[in-house]
Write a protein that binds this ligand. Sequence first.
Ligand code: SF4
Length: 232
Amino acid sequence: MPDSAGRRSWDSLESISSEVRVCTRCSLSETRINAVPGEGSPVASVMFIGEGPGSQEDQQGRPFVGRAGKLLDNLLSAVPIERRDVYITNIVKCRPPNNRDPQPVEVEACGPFLDAQIELINPRVIATLGRHSLVHFFPNAKISRDHGRIMRWRNRILLPLYHPAAALRSSRVMQATASDFERIPEALLAALSPKRTAGRVGESQSSYEPAVEGASGASPETDSGERQQSMF
Ligand code: SF4
């Protein structure tokens, strides 16, 4: 039901997904085969947010199931994280024709779904995949400069990552992406620092802060096994 300001709210991920699947809020609904709401753990510590569904995703109604999805699975395995323990979605839930960039009006129309997913899942870390996802949170950020930086967004940690499709096109980007994924445990630890609660959900998105470098102070070699169980 809409609130007093006319905003919609949902009480479960399932109710969001149900509405996404029949959504006609923007023109992407006219060309999609299937909307792709997202999937994964409803209590995920890490939420991956891509730009929009591709051809395979459009056909199957699931996020990251094509070649880029297979690479994402491999990158997660190397951390290691199980795919079922994270949540994966996109900025826009329907495929832009010919994989064009999502248009601002489409991003805005789809925004309430993403906002509600973030609020319900309440992830410690948001890992953006690609430029469009990053600038949704930090409009002045640059993926070529900021990938792999551990940032704070509202009361969460945000880790910008290249889109796996970009990694498939460039060995340089592939190498950087593999290295950036290795920072996920550090990002999770940074999320536990007191600064995590310094901001409030609903604050302006302009709270861009420098990277939190070396925030963990912990040795990955000494605590990785325990951390993987407790954090993912
Ligand atoms: S992209 Fe989002 S807003 Fe547009 S039709 Fe699909 S679900 Fe609705």
